[in-house]
Design a protein. Structure first.
Length: 387
């Protein structure tokens, strides 16, 4: 009998692991899964009509075989987000594997890349000062790189990462054919959840102009962005301008600086929350700024994070959606990207420089973030809430 390659078993095992996690979260922990599965069923029965971000909800219905029962739709939802998380793991592992020198043993490199990619699924903030001044809270008041409770953001994650990756490739060497894939990914991003597209539409044109000025590459590169903005206008109209039988009044988007942040925390804690949320990326950039200042990828990544935070701090919703914090979710993706890009660069440094004191210090800081993530994950089940 032919032996099955261990590499072929890793992805199914990881998928089953995350599928189990999400089923347990759905059953025992406070989350948005139940609400989102309910949205999908309401769309199926006609109780909810204006789902502008319709794609995920209809996929939940498709994979539940269009069931209006609670259990099939929630199992379908957990299946989809487990698949998305596994896909994100795969994208991370593949990229990390390719960073190592060929001098290493391939099997050893593979397992190192597996564990590093898994660590990225758990990496979390260092909850200072929130843990000490807000009754032991890990999540609120911080800018987290991973979440376990919001199904639409979890499902969006890999498609946002792919859009980020293609954008970076366009900035390195423009390819007109790549625009087709960017349009596909923009369509998926907008109609799953437009959170990351908000950031992309602000940041990518600026870097496209910096790279190509007003050459033809700039104008060609702007085509997917313009089409995405038109799709976003359509989605805005569906969500905010179309009456929904489930809501008694219509929501709207408003300019309201610091509204949602100050609902949860005082502005006094904003600088420290930012610092300890991104301690590893900040330390990496501070200790390596000389070699990073000419690398466009780092400016692109950290500019995306800054824009994601500004959107959250300055824009809010009114009406029934005012308390949902829907302009926070892009921060999760952009924070994770800061960790991912910094860690990938640290791996390259290990290859070139070895175990220097600086590199060991940075890896220790990263490990602390992972430890906090594992503690948060266990606490998630013990406390029964994502706070």
């Amino acid at each position: 009998m032919k032996k099955i390659s261990y590499k072929k078993l890793v992805i199914p095992v990881i998928f089953l692991l995350f599928f189990t996690f999400y089923l347990l979260i759905d059953r025992f922990v406070e989350q948005d899964f139940i609400t989102h599965a309910s949205f999908a069923r309401q769309m199926l029965t006609g109780e909810r009509t204006n789902a502008g971000d319709f794609l995920f909800f209809w996929l939940v219905n498709i994979f539940s075989f269009f069931s209006t029962e609670v259990a099939p739709s929630e199992i379908s939802l957990c299946f989809l987000i487990a698949a998305a998380t596994t896909f994100r793991y795969y994208l991370s592992q593949k990229h990390i594997y390719n960073l190592f020198n060929e001098a290493y043993n391939n099997v050893r490199i593979y397992w190192i890349s597996v564990f590093i990619a898994l660590s990225l699924m758990f990496v979390f903030v260092i909850p200072i000062p929130s843990y000490f001044v807000h009754h032991g809270q890990f999540y609120f008041k911080n800018f987290v790189p991973n979440i376990w409770h919001n199904s639409t953001t979890i499902f969006l994650f890999p498609f946002a990462l792919m859009l980020f990756g293609l954008s970076n490739e366009q900035l390195n060497a423009f390819n007109l054919k790549r625009n087709v894939w960017m349009f596909v990914l923009i369509f998926l991003n907008v109609f799953i959840k437009p959170s990351y597209f908000f950031v992309f539409a602000c940041v990518f044109p600026i870097f496209l102009f910096i790279k190509y000025r007003l050459k033809k590459q700039f104008w060609y590169g702007m085509l997917p962005v313009v089409i995405g903005l038109l799709l976003l206008v359509l989605e805005y109209w569906i969500i905010y301008k179309t009456p929904n039988p489930a809501d008694k009044e219509i929501s709207s988007v408003v300019f309201h600086p610091f509204y949602f942040y100050t609902l949860r925390s005082a502005l006094l804690f904003l600088p420290s929350s930012l610092f300890f949320s991104l301690l590893f990326p900040i330390c990496y950039v501070f200790l390596n700024f000389t070699k990073l200042k000419k690398i466009l990828l780092f400016w692109f990544t950290f500019s995306s994070f800054i824009v994601s935070v500004l959107i959250f701090l300055l824009i809010a919703e009114s009406g029934p959606r005012a308390g949902g914090g829907n302009f926070y979710w892009q921060i999760v993706i952009c924070t994770w990207l800061c960790f991912f890009i910094s860690l990938a660069s640290l791996i390259k440094d290990f290859n070139r420089e070895g175990l220097t004191g600086k590199n060991k210090f940075l890896f220790s800081v990263y490990s602390l973030h992972v430890l906090m993530g594992l503690i948060y994950f266990v606490r998630f089940f013990v406390v029964g809430t994502f706070y």
